[in-house]
Design a protein around this ligand. Structure first.
Ligand code: Q9C
Ligand code: ZN
Length: 701
């Protein structure tokens, strides 16, 4: 009776809390932006069709995503807002096209590289600007936590005085300038994952240190449009803006999920955490996805869920996603859905494909890291050197032969490819999408501890003692004698079972014997049938389960060197003591733990905190945040029961009830940087996502 009363109180209280907090995802869409269209024949521009917008929106409706979002109406951007970025001349030219006939429109369009005007283009472009700013206002005012704007025409190629690459006004650049003026922001991160270089955005912020611009793009050693020297990795910004422009050129087509993830681990995310933005804007082109005729890349829609999940860990979750390119309608719309689902807090689907970046991608990482070494503390102790890309260039020369087929034949093969990818994606999405568990988080019922009242958790009763004895006696018989241990294991197993049975997404067990509980949890998960269980163990481990069959991978973070247990592929000891000044754990998580975790592809993640843990709340929160995209977000926390503050903050993080704070960024000391480097060298053949530079022999060949 008393317990059910407590539950009622806790649900009620949580409702009150959720009103006070910034939560929710905005979706901005206005059908009128489908009226901008190409009126004549032009093979360069004919892929930028109105259906890009309508099919994305339809797909969002199909999955029931639209009704879960906060609808935010678009508006026209004002002239003043457009002039934050563009010249009055550019605005006047755009305005003048409203009353032109087709012939005049064609003539003005011809003044630009890859742009078309329609009589309603000016109106649509103003709606695209206004939609972006409405999204920004919704996020900055705390009305929502994050959101997406579906807009046309796109923006990132557009420059102060010119339309370019299907773009008239630079929506995202205007939003950044607007955020600086209206909200006095001093650090804004723009992530441009469109497959083209947003040269317009680069030009606008080249000298501006308050806007960090990151773009990856198909480049092929300057062969690919817009074929600019300044799209290469050595364009790092100008004047005061030096170091705040990051170009990651792709010199080959066919880049896939692992290349994109590795780019985040080894290039973007370390910089982003060091930069510590107050707001993140995404120039969200999906032409970097599979099937796109422009990009020719291989990344599947779920990769965008992972990328989104990572960016949600920055700027206290303030994330605005604005559509740019994306020309394979099915690939585009599924990828948009993956992005918005993730913004809403749904579990992140399992990522497919072999987890190893390609050689050409690694060469690009190495070059951009070398180019940025003077500007970023996290790179200070990394030994970076430039590569000449000899291997890639010679291969490219052999391959680079223009398609000899006639245009007709080309279109036919092209259409076959479109249909092939459509069919593939139809199957693929059915495989990776899974029902979201009805309850997000389970925790142990620790006899009415007051902290449980603040969050809507599903409280779990302990398991019967005899049941536990039977369960545990198989592996750790001598541990089950003490009542305290038995009780704690019972609590832990009750939560774990809910996760294993997929009744909940994640869970937390507090335990006086967390080290034992952690070990038993791993064994039990494997016995239940889980094939790959990743365990990050922080603190002293009393028992280390056998990891030889590869079903368990342990990364053990501890203060002192482990005696007697040497590292192996599935048991890795990371000797780390958190810095007292702030959080210096970023480089270890991004450069080592995450790449191994993604290489392993676990189907359950266990994070255990035992006695004498050498990390504080900031470091441990970072682990939870960044590992949360693995194993379909199936994550189990086992924490020493005396860590009240930690338990509370982990509980909130698991619920998605608050974005954790990771503490002040501190770069790793020389000693720690060397430690990571040594471990990376030791394991990068086995866990290939660790690769971020190319071995000498390869580059010399
Ligand atoms: N030979 C966006 O994805 N291609 N724009 C021009 C000229 C233009 C892409 C080829 C591609 C523009 C937003
Ligand atoms: Zn693009």
């Amino acid at each position: 009776m008393f317990a059910s009363c407590l539950k009622w109180v806790s649900w009620n209280f949580c409702f009150v809390l959720s009103v006070a907090m910034a939560s929710g995802t905005a979706l901005v869409y206005d059908e009128e932006m489908t009226t901008h269209k190409l009126l004549w024949s032009d093979p360069v521009c004919d892929i930028e069709v109105p259906e890009r917008l309508s099919s994305s929106y339809e797909r969002l409706k199909y999955y029931g995503i639209v009704e879960r979002c906060v609808p935010v109406p678009a508006r026209e951007g004002s002239e003043e807002e457009i002039l934050l970025v563009h010249s009055p001349e550019h605005l006047e030219v755009a305005k003048s096209t409203q009353t032109m006939n087709e012939e005049e429109l064609k003539r003005v369009s011809g003044n630009y590289d890859a742009f078309f005007f329609h009589p309603n283009t000016y109106r649509c472009a103003r709606l695209a600007v206004g939609a972006t700013l409405e999204l920004l206002d919704a996020v900055m005012s705390g009305k929502v936590c994050n959101g997406m704007a579906l807009v046309r025409p796109p923006g990132h190629h557009s420059q102060r005085n010119a339309a370019n690459g299907f773009c008239l006004f630079n929506n995202v650049a205007i939003a950044a300038e607007y955020a600086k003026v209206k909200y006095h922001l001093q650090r804004i991160l723009i992530v441009d994952w469109d497959v083209h270089h947003g040269q317009g955005t680069q030009y606008i912020f080249a000298e501006d240190p308050s806007v960090l611009y990151f773009s990856w793009h198909r480049y092929e050693h300057q062969e690919f449009w817009p074929s600019l020297k300044e799209s290469d990795y050595d364009a790092v910004g100008l004047g005061k803006g030096k170091g705040f422009n990051i170009n990651l050129p792709w010199n080959k087509v066919g880049m896939g999920n692992s290349d994109y993830l590795a780019a985040f681990f080894h290039v973007l995310l370390p910089m982003a955490f060091e930069f510590d933005p107050e707001l993140v804007l995404v120039s969200s082109g999906y032409d970097s996805g599979i099937g796109d005729p422009e990009g020719q890349m291989n990344a599947t829609p779920e990769v965008f869920a992972h990328l989104t999940h990572f960016l949600m860990q920055l700027a206290n979750g303030k994330l605005c996603v604005i559509l740019e390119g994306g020309y394979h309608l099915k690939s585009l719309s599924e990828s948009v859905c993956m992005t918005v689902k993730t913004l809403l807090g749904d579990p992140v689907p399992h990522i497919t494909g072999e987890m190893a970046p390609s050689l050409s991608a690694v060469e690009s990482f190495q070059n951009v890291r070398a180019a940025h070494k003077p500007y970023w503390k996290w790179l200070m102790h990394e030994d970076t050197s430039f590569l000449q890309n000899l291997s890639t260039k010679s291969l490219l020369l052999k391959k680079a032969n223009p398609n000899p087929a006639t245009e007709d034949e080309f279109k036919i093969t092209n259409n076959d490819e479109v249909v092939k990818v459509e069919r593939f994606l139809e199957m693929h999405m059915k495989n990776i999408l899974f029902p979201v568990p009805p309850i997000k988080t389970a925790t142990t019922d620790s006899k009415g501890s007051p902290h449980l009242l603040t969050v809507p958790v599903h409280l779990v009763k302990e398991v019967d003692q005899n049941e536990i004895k039977a369960l545990v006696s198989g592996f750790y018989a001598d541990l089950v004698k003490e009542d305290k241990v038995l009780l704690s294991l019972g609590n832990m197993l009750a939560v774990l079972d809910k996760i294993l049975r997929k009744e909940v997404c994640n869970g937390l067990a507090e335990s006086p014997v967390s080290s034992i509980s952690g070990a038993v949890a791993l064994k039990h998960a494997v016995q239940f049938g889980f094939q790959r269980v990743l365990c990050i163990f922080v603190g002293d481990m009393q028992i280390v389960p056998n990891t030889e069959d590869g079903k368990i991978l342990i990364i053990h973070i501890c203060d002192k060197e482990q005696s007697g247990k040497t590292s192996s592929k599935h048991y890795i000891s990371l000797n780390w003591k958190e810095d007292a000044e702030g959080n210096d754990f970023f480089s270890a998580v991004l450069g080592f733990i995450l790449p191994i975790a993604y290489s392993y592809q676990p189907n359950l993640t266990v994070i255990a905190v035992g006695p004498n843990q050498s990390l504080g709340i900031s470091g441990i929160s970072l682990l939870f945040a960044l590992l949360g995209g693995l194993a379909e977000s199936r994550i189990f926390a086992v924490i020493k029961d005396t860590e009240r503050n930690l338990i509370q903050s982990v509980e909130k993080a698991l619920l998605g009830a608050s974005t954790p704070h990771f503490g002040i960024y501190v770069p790793p000391t020389q000693e720690k940087a060397n430690k990571i480097k040594t471990l990376r060298d030791q394991f990068q053949q086995e866990w290939r996502m660790l690769q971020c530079s190319v071995k000498d022999e390869i580059s010399r060949n």
